[in-house]
Design a protein around this ligand. Structure first.
Ligand code: UDX
Length: 463
């Protein structure tokens, strides 16, 4: 039997740790390398240092088997690694572009410690053209090193990271070096074969309703593996996210029109998305998109297009629609509250989407802050993101530790992030606890008829 290559995953965030844990469960020896000793300590204890459904079990199994080796040391991991995946963060710069400092630093460090023949795989989302720059920097860091460079964009979504990584629509492998691409392809083929033997229902515990459908039927019958040019793979990633963001902004734009003409956006999008060429996914209207990827990838695409002298009006429009949704919902709240200038408003949900504690570019946080700035008394609660959200919230926003304490005395309740806990909450109890009776469903996920029966006035987005 051919010996499996030894792997290092640099960066133990959502992408890195999920990939490392899966590969360790597949049977690879995997070093999970991170510079943060707190994270490494938690992983050593068989846990993920962030909330991601099902991941702890995979990390624990990896640690118990000895296949998953958390480490702080390049010197320990890289010299024996045949394949090194870069999954380091690309934080936002002030101008909205990605800070590539960690991308370059980890590539240099890997080059200095690598053995000849190492395949360096870039999984982090980087602007098109970054690969060539990384190659140059690696050559400079260790001129004698023979290595190959591969771009392998990651498509997992937070909140369903494990499920997505085990049910990939496609794997994109971009490189000038076909032999290296084939070796990376083999790693992914092993994941696909491993995934086929799993009981997916066990891991498909997702809070998002639009994910449930895919999760219950096993999203993809077959995974396509695409071998491409280096720059093509880089462009696939940002273009995919940009298109998904565009779809949501399109749905939100139509939702405004639906409000104006009195139609129901959910029915409209069922009809539009029923065309298999268009598809229903990412057509859910509401408060708009946020998170660590869409905002950055869209602005990154606009920036590179500008640099190359290419107009990208379609994406700037998507951003404008998205930015406007927070105000649109805040104005709806204002109208629902009629003459009341200042009100107690409960904001349910602060994470950028359910199933995660991540609040980066969260539209829900923006809404809470806008309402506070307009002079309302805002009472917020999130099942997982209270801690992360607090520093990002206006000082006047009060954060509560349960749905029921957050809604007490409120004139209006807003569903900002569609956690299942809110959808399945006891709305009769909520009504009794509130002072008023206004519900603004900024994610169109509540049962309108049921709420009206209880005595609420209901407002959705486009319905
Ligand atoms: C995204 C991509 O989906 C994933 O493929 C890529 O690898 C990383 O970026 P993520 O940012 O984790 O993943 O979240 P996603 O589930 O895509 O949602 C992004 C935002 O869009 C969230 O704020 C969500 O609330 C919003 N959204 C999504 C909608 O408003 N409507 C929809 O129909 C879908």
């Amino acid at each position: 039997m051919v010996k499996k290559p030894t792997i290092t995953i640099v960066g133990s965030g959502y992408v890195g740790l999920t990939t490392a844990a899966i590969l360790a469960n597949v049977g690879y020896k995997v070093f999970a390398l991170d510079t943060d000793s707190k994270k490494i300590e938690i992983i050593k204890n068989g846990k993920a240092h962030f909330f991601e459904s099902g991941l702890d079990q995979f990390v624990k199994k990896g640690i118990d088997s000895g296949n998953l080796i958390p480490t702080l040391s390049y010197k320990e991991a890289i010299p024996e690694s045949d394949v090194v995946f870069s999954c380091v963060g690309t934080p936002d710069k002030n101008d909205g572009s990605s800070n590539l400092e960690y991308i370059f630093a980890s590539a240099r460090e890997a080059a200095k410690n690598a053995k000849n023949g190492m395949i360096y795989v870039q999984k982090s989302t980087v602007p098109v053209g970054t690969g060539r720059e990384v190659i140059k920097k690696m050559c400079r860091a260790n001129p004698k090193l023979e290595f190959s460079y591969v771009s392998n964009p990651e498509f997992l979504a937070e909140g369903s990271a494990l499920f997505d990584s085990l049910n990939m629509d496609r794997v994109v492998i971009g490189s000038d070096d076909r032999a290296a691409a084939n070796k990376v392809e083999k790693v992914f083929q092993d994941i696909i074969d491993f995934s086929k033997k799993l009981d997916h229902k066990k891991y498909a515990d997702y809070a998002r309703f639009y994910c449930d459908k895919a999760a219950s039927k096993k999203a993809v019958p077959e995974t396509a593996i695409l071998l491409t040019a280096l720059e093509s793979a880089e462009l696939v990633k940002v273009s995919s996210n940009a298109f998904l963001a565009l779809k949501i902004s399109f749905a939100n734009n139509i939702a405004k029109l639906a409000d104006a003409v009195g139609s129901d956006i959910s029915e409209v999008m069922d009809g539009v998305g029923g065309d298999h060429r268009i598809d229903r996914s990412f057509f859910y209207a509401g408060l708009g998109w946020g998170g660590g990827c869409f905002p950055k990838d869209v602005s990154g695409l606009i920036a590179i297009a500008e640099k190359k002298g290419v107009d990208m009006p379609i994406m700037t429009a998507a951003v404008d629609v998205n930015t406007g949704m927070v105000e649109y919902v805040a104005d709806k709240i204002k109208r629902s509250l009629k003459s009341r200038k200042r009100a107690v408003i409960a904001v349910l949900g602060l994470s950028f989407k359910p199933g995660t504690s991540d609040i980066r570019r969260s539209q829900s946080v923006k809404l809470a802050n806008l309402l506070a700035n307009r002079g309302h008394w805002v009472q917020a609660y999130d099942p997982k993101a209270n801690g992360e959200a607090k520093p990002a919230l206006d000082k006047s926003v009060q954060v509560f530790d349960s749905t029921y304490s957050a809604v007490a005395g409120a004139h209006c309740v807003v569903l900002a992030t569609e956690w299942k806990d809110f959808i399945t909450a006891d709305w009769k109890k909520i009504k009794k606890l509130m002072k008023g009776k206004v519900v603004v469903d900024a994610r169109n996920k509540l049962d309108e008829d049921e709420l009206k029966k209880i005595g609420f006035t209901y407002e959705g987005v486009g319905r």
